[in-house]
Design a protein around this ligand. Sequence first.
Ligand code: NI
Length: 227
Amino acid sequence: MLVVIEDFLSSNELTQLRTRLDTAAWSDGGLTAGGLANLKKNNRQVDDQSDEATEMANFLLAKLGNHPTFVSAAVPHRIHPPRFNSYTQGQTYGVHVDAPIMTMPHSNEVMRSDMSATIFLTDPADYDGGELVIEGEFGSQAIKLDAGSMVLYPSSSLHQVAPITRGKRVSAILWVQSMVPDMNARALLFDLDQSIQSLTNAGKVDTDELMRLTAIYHNLVRRWVQL
Ligand code: NI
């Protein structure tokens, strides 16, 4: 399941984030990829441990936790704080799969990556190339979103960042351990929840059918959740 959340950030939030990123300390991104992935990664990123990175990541974490579509699609248990990276002309991240187990910054806690996300922070008109190409059941999809929009995809999928041929692409990436580890179960819950939300928004709130659907949703969560 691949979920696009448009306008995750408002234009004000985007401007503030971009301004902070412009003055942050950047270094070679290859330092954080383990093993094989290291050889494929050619980008720059903000030091995870820096105060700026922590503040920006906390801001995004608070937004994620309150975003109904993100919560519905990911059913998050743990979220690895967003990491900020940039690609300029000639830079790329070749085909790889994200690490299955990650250590949370500032602690020894570990988490499993079930879903990966990219929040695009650069206007697509400002760079060429740089698509996030995700291989899935029905072939590969090249994703390039408006600044402020995000895509959520299974961490198990092979993916790459296509080489940049003009300009610079800045983004935030993060990982989620879901309370519903089974990807197919999560997709069913998301579909059901989205339908319930549409019916609710269409003013069908106090119908028995909606109550039954909501009960089914909760009881499926109860069946599939792993804490
Ligand atoms: Ni990746």
